[in-house]
Design a protein around this ligand. Structure first.
Ligand code: FEO
Ligand code: CA
Ligand code: CA
Ligand code: CA
Length: 652
């Protein structure tokens, strides 16, 4: 691993200055174009979007969802992969002020009953959008309206449960008495994709949409199911005369005394998964429970090797939560590889690799080594019990271990991290990078006494680390700026070596541990992407979602680039960003005020780089993403296509 066998790329643009404007900023010689903003019609059932459009459930169901996050491109043929493909994007959550702007905001946003059709509209603004996009002869990208591929998966779409939890008592609900189905996916943050041509969407802050007022179970507390009111009060529409089949009642998970056919106490246990979508067919999405249940940021495939298991990495984005790895039982067969345009049953291939395997959690040691700890019912915990016994489960209850994934990880001795967000795998070396965005609940002192768990032992299910002391992998107390960690697998899937690749900071900070300058200072790294290259070592792109004033006062959220292999070639395998190599980490783009920059991929020919602008404050002014807004606009999350004026490759 490590040492690059191929030539590293050289970044061929000047790092740009930080900016704080209502515009998207790119280096000289580049353009940036707004594509597929929220509310763009997918077909003729939706009206054209306008500043005065009053959104309806039907219009939103047939339009691009809100708050674009993770995304990926799916080619329609090998020949057109860089000019015409399916853009599949997550629509993580909503800005109610923008959604309901024409009538001055949401009805009863904070308290009281929400109107049923407002809730339906909001449900339909969440989830995933599949939209065909195409580049015209002039090089301009646009959506293909009325494409047969265009569709939405919303927080109401019926989905299939698969893997160890499917059919278990844990997920039996009034909607699915046999525990094999559920409705909706929610708070889809980052994403992943599989080598067989499917999209993975990842359920992150979904617990905020569910309310349980009594009879709470340990996993409800551990994962943060609400106690009073859901994030947008969707449950308050329950009992509306128009309600169909518990469409709103399912968000209230307080057990009902009257009858089981109205009981949605287990509904939250049908969320918290990696969800597989075949973007080509529109088949029902499949929740892959074997990959664990928590607040999944995203899901990234490890380096693929014929005859070896398929590996996926995933992080739990909450303070002092963990990094996980899934290793398939099935070994990779090249015959399963994705071929654009081929007629294959991709979700059946997904059954093979994603339903049976082993889930591990990461433990980082101070000496730069680490262990992957198995989360199986028979695994032995820190205090010598089996995991099943420690969780109070039957000896073979793998479904129960998965329902309580985070508790299981506590018991095994996983390392509490500074909010794991995106991962990216170096396609050449297989090294894994993961952003640890920040952690306000990281205390300075490195003693066990600094752990607080509301006075309870960490061995007690439902607790977790409310605060945790610094450790080698998370070495800064009150960590506001975050870091990016890197590891390389060592042998048999149970061990790895690691180092911190770069620490976020303001150039003026005393703890600017990586020596950043005003031309690359950043905080709260979030999105990550390796620009894959067949013949050269690629670019690692870093996106930010920052609230730390030290950096936010000098620049909006941004996109940076670095070629790790160039550092490694010069300084060795474990080379990291430091005072001597600042020129290697360059700021490439800056987003408009209020936004985060997230979601990213390049076309295979690398002439276009696609990124998402989520929750902008006052943007976009026009299809030119770089136009500064004049006055105020109804803000719209959007994809931005970055191209070079001369049509060349991005960044090099
Ligand atoms: Fe939705 Fe962890 O970011
Ligand atoms: Ca994120
Ligand atoms: Ca974030
Ligand atoms: Ca976000």
């Amino acid at each position: 691993t490590g040492t690059p066998a191929k030539t590293p790329l050289a970044l061929a643009f000047e790092s740009i200055k930080g900016s704080r404007t209502d515009a998207f900023v790119v280096p000289a010689g580049y353009t940036a174009h707004v594509l597929a903003p929220w509310g763009t019609p997918l077909n003729d059932k939706a009206p054209q979007w306008s500043e005065s459009l009053a959104m309806t459930p039907e219009a939103q169901l047939n339009s691009i969802g809100m708050h674009h996050d993770g995304m990926h491109n799916f080619a329609l043929s090998e020949d057109t992969a860089s000019s015409n493909f399916l853009l599949v994007m997550n629509n993580e959550y909503i800005d109610q002020d923008a959604l309901w702007a024409p009538k001055g905001g949401a009805t009863n946003a904070e308290s009281g009953k929400r109107p049923a059709d407002e809730v339906r509209t909001e449900i339909n603004a969440h989830g995933v959008t599949v939209v065909e996009v195409k580049k015209d002869a002039g090089g301009k990208w646009d959506v293909v309206s009325n494409s047969g591929y265009n569709r939405r998966y919303t927080s109401a779409s019926e989905m299939v449960l698969s893997g160890p939890v499917a059919g278990s008592d844990y997920v039996k609900t009034a909607f699915s008495p046999d525990g094999t189905r559920t409705r909706g996916t929610n708070n889809n943050c980052a994403n992943g994709y599989t080598p067989w041509g499917t999209y993975l969407t990842c359920e992150e802050n979904w617990p905020g949409y569910f309310v349980k007022r009594s009879d709470r179970q340990s996993d409800d507390d551990r994962i943060g199911i609400e106690t009073e009111r859901g994030r947008y009060g969707w449950e308050t529409a329950a009992g509306d005369a128009s309600e169909v089949d518990g469409e709103f009642a399912r968000f209230d998970n307080t057990p009902t005394a009257d009858s089981a056919d109205k009981d949605y106490r287990n509904e939250p246990r049908t969320f918290g998964y990696i969800v597989e979508i075949d973007p080509y067919t529109g088949e029902k999405a499949v929740k892959r429970t074997a990959l664990g249940r928590f607040r999944h940021e995203g899901c990234w495939p490890g380096k693929l090797v014929e005859g070896e298991p398929v590996v996926f990495y995933s992080g739990h984005d909450s303070r002092n939560e963990y990094i996980y790895k899934f290793v398939s039982d099935a070994r990779w067969e090249a015959a399963d590889a994705h071929v654009p345009g081929a007629d294959k049953n991709r979700l059946t291939i997904g059954d093979k690799y994603l339903d049976k395997g082993t889930l591990y959690v990461a433990q980082f040691s101070a000496d730069g080594t680490g262990k992957w700890l198995k989360l199986t019912p028979d695994a032995v915990t820190r205090d010598g019990r089996t995991l099943a016994a420690a969780l109070g489960l039957a000896a073979d209850d793998l479904a129960g271990v998965i329902i309580h994934t985070a508790d299981a990880a506590d018991l095994m001795g996983a390392t509490p991290m500074d909010r794991p967000e995106w991962g990216a795998v170096d396609p050449a070396s297989g090294e894994v990078y993961m952003t640890l965005t920040n952690n306000s609940k990281r205390t300075e002192e490195g003693t066990a006494a600094a752990f607080t768990n509301d006075g309870k032992a960490i061995e007690e299910p439902g607790v977790g680390y409310k605060t945790a002391p610094t450790n080698a992998a998370n070495p800064r107390g009150g960590n506001e700026a975050g870091q990016i960690i890197r590891w390389r697998e060592a042998g048999d899937h149970t061990a790895f070596d690691w180092e911190i690749f770069v620490f976020g900071a303001a150039a003026s900070d005393a703890d600017n541990l990586s020596g950043l300058t005003e031309m690359n200072e950043f905080a709260s790294p979030d999105g990550l992407y390796f620009d894959e290259r067949e013949d050269e070592q690629g670019i690692l792109w870093i996106q930010t979602d920052n609230g730390y004033a030290g950096v936010a006062d000098v620049t909006n959220d941004q996109l940076l680039a670095v070629v790790p292999a160039a550092l490694q070639q010069a300084e060795g395998d474990a080379a990291v960003i430091g005072a001597d190599n600042q020129a290697q980490l360059k700021r490439f783009a800056v987003g408009p005020n209020g936004c985060e920059v997230t979601g990213i991929f390049a076309t295979p020919d690398r002439t276009a780089l696609f990124v998402n602008i989520q929750h902008p404050g006052n943007w976009p002014q026009s299809v030119d993403a770089t136009a500064e807004t004049d006055g105020s606009v109804r803000p719209r999350a959007a994809t931005v296509v970055i191209q070079r004026e001369d049509g060349g490759q991005i960044g090099v």
